[in-house]
Design a protein around this ligand. Structure first.
Ligand code: SF4
Length: 497
């Protein structure tokens, strides 16, 4: 029941900012508002419909023809933390602590929108193209928000965000970092610049979409390094080319020298590579990194060749040069002076470059949110937070983020990592401290919750959430079920439940 007299402004206590919010207005983060004197969470609580459903895109408007509105009669619901709200200070119980029986076991899920000062977006960009050197600074609006990490196989990696940028720099750096993280985690496009003045690359990153590098959308992720490509396709080239060079910024392959070529009796050709020879047929540093062939800075592949050895090479020698995605290729024949001359490429070799391209996967950006559920967030689950950590490590408590499966890092604390594409749309928010707001749910047996000192008096049945403003979404494509017995150690114990 509402008070007869209400203050003109009410104070939101959901985060350390402690906004005073006038009637009809929202707080600094746009998550909470004053509606006629009541503090309300503006986004609806998100419930995942059933776990037996095969997946479909998340609904945009909270309506579905498939949904009959009865979460009890319908498939088992899972209450996510998206739209659940935050408690602050954190010793208060989490906003929703809901129970339901799952296959004869009384389960409870503790649901809260955590405030993460310690969080990053780990970004994987599938491309060979050079976007920056390891440790290069990544900027948005001129502010440093992260750096280039070690490259992975066919992908460049960025670490964006983190407490140093959120809290350790200027106010603007923290604000820009938080905004970039928020947009990336909510699957929006963010343009970053990588590197310093003499080698700046712009990259547009969006989860699930192709990266746009210096204004050019990337198409393919390489099939492998130059050496691997030689190994995979060597047989395709036999009898159609005397020599093949697969240009790669990391490991350029040369067919006649490579073990694959030797085993197929490809004779020496007298080709001389520029760069550092690693092992037979594998060369490092044939050029500078760039956005040209195979992630090098070259557009003319002949630049990485020295003169052919006249004692070995011969007039008419057929040379194919190709990049690791098969997108760039050129065919040459040696003239009488043993100089490569462009020639018409045989159909069989065109087919082999098409086969390389066919074996490449589409280039996309992946964004994984990683954050640490701190000591205070855990207090919303139990009065004895370290017991929650132990329970997670013991596989008695399962951690999900917006219902999506999360990887919990080994070692101390509860550091989780989750693919933002597995989460409902709009899962993330922010507070201007600055910090990111991310959903996190802890699911476990009621009996285990009692043992770890949980707020059992706050447990309410899941159907009590029916009175909330709900947004119902269907299960994502991964089909992860946070309540599945397989998530829990006790499922392997015949004596339970
Ligand atoms: S920033 Fe948002 S959560 Fe924090 S006090 Fe203001 S309205 Fe509440």
């Amino acid at each position: 029941m509402k008070d007869a007299v209400k203050p003109e402004k009410i104070r939101c206590d959901a985060c350390p900012v402690m906004c005073y919010i006038a009637d009809g207005k929202s707080g600094a983060c746009d998550r909470y508002a004053n509606h006629d004197g009541d503090l309300v969470r503006l986004d609806p609580l998100t419930i995942i419909q059933g776990t037996d459903q095969k997946l479909v895109p998340f609904m945009k408007d909270g309506t579905s023809d498939d949904w009959d509105g009865d979460i009890v009669k319908g498939d088992r619901p899972f209450v996510t933390a998206v739209g659940a709200g935050t408690t602050y200070p954190d010793y208060k119980p989490a906003p929703f602590i809901v129970s339901q029986e799952v296959e004869g076991v009384d389960m409870v899920t503790i649901v809260t929108e955590g405030i993460f000062s310690y969080c990053v977006a780990n970004v994987k960009i599938d491309t060979d193209r050079h976007i920056g050197h390891e440790r290069d600074v990544v900027r948005v609006d001129g502010e440093p928000i992260g750096y280039v990490m070690t490259s992975e196989y066919g992908s460049k990696m960025l670490s964006l965000g983190g407490v140093e940028h959120l809290t350790g720099g200027t106010k603007k750096e923290g604000r820009v970092t938080c905004d970039a993280l928020l947009r990336l985690c909510n699957r929006e496009a963010v343009e970053v610049s990588v590197g310093e003045d003499d080698h700046v690359t712009t990259v547009v990153i969006q989860a699930g979409q192709a990266p746009v590098i210096n204004g050019v959308p990337e198409k393919l992720m390489r099939v492998g390094c130059g050496s691997a490509t030689i190994g995979m396709f060597a047989k395709q080239w036999l009898t159609h080319a005397d020599e093949v060079v697969v240009v790669d910024d990391h490991i350029t392959g040369v067919l006649s020298e490579h073990e694959a070529g030797k085993q197929l009796d490809v004779p020496p050709t007298g080709l001389k590579m520029i760069g550092r020879r690693s092992t037979p047929g594998r060369y490092f540093q044939v050029a500078q990194p760039g956005t040209g062939w195979g992630g090098t800075d070259i557009d003319d592949p002949l630049k990485i060749l020295g003169p052919f050895n006249p004692k070995i090479a011969w007039e008419g020698l057929r040379l194919l040069m190709v990049s690791t995605t098969g997108e760039q290729f050129a065919y040459y024949e040696l003239d009488a002076d043993l100089v490569p001359q462009l020639a018409e490429m045989p159909e069989e070799l065109i087919a082999s470059t098409e086969l390389i391209a066919e074996n490449c996967e589409p280039s996309i950006c992946s964004v994984l949110f990683m954050g640490g559920a701190g000591g205070s967030l855990r207090a919303g689950v139990t009065e004895n937070p370290v017991r929650l950590t132990r329970s997670v490590k013991d596989s008695l408590t399962h951690v999900s983020c917006g219902g999506a499966d999360s990887y919990v890092w080994p070692g101390g604390g509860i550091t989780v990592m989750v693919d933002v594409l597995d989460m409902p749309t709009g899962s993330f928010g922010y507070v201007p401290t600055p910090a990111l707001v991310a959903p996190i749910e802890f699911s476990l047996r009621v009996s285990d919750y009692r043992t770890l000192g949980g707020h059992v008096d706050e447990i309410r049945p899941v159907d009590a959430t029916q009175s909330e403003d709900l947004r119902r979404v269907q299960q994502n494509t991964q089909g992860h079920d946070p309540m599945s017995r397989a998530n829990y150690r006790w499922s392997k114990d015949d004596a339970t439940p």
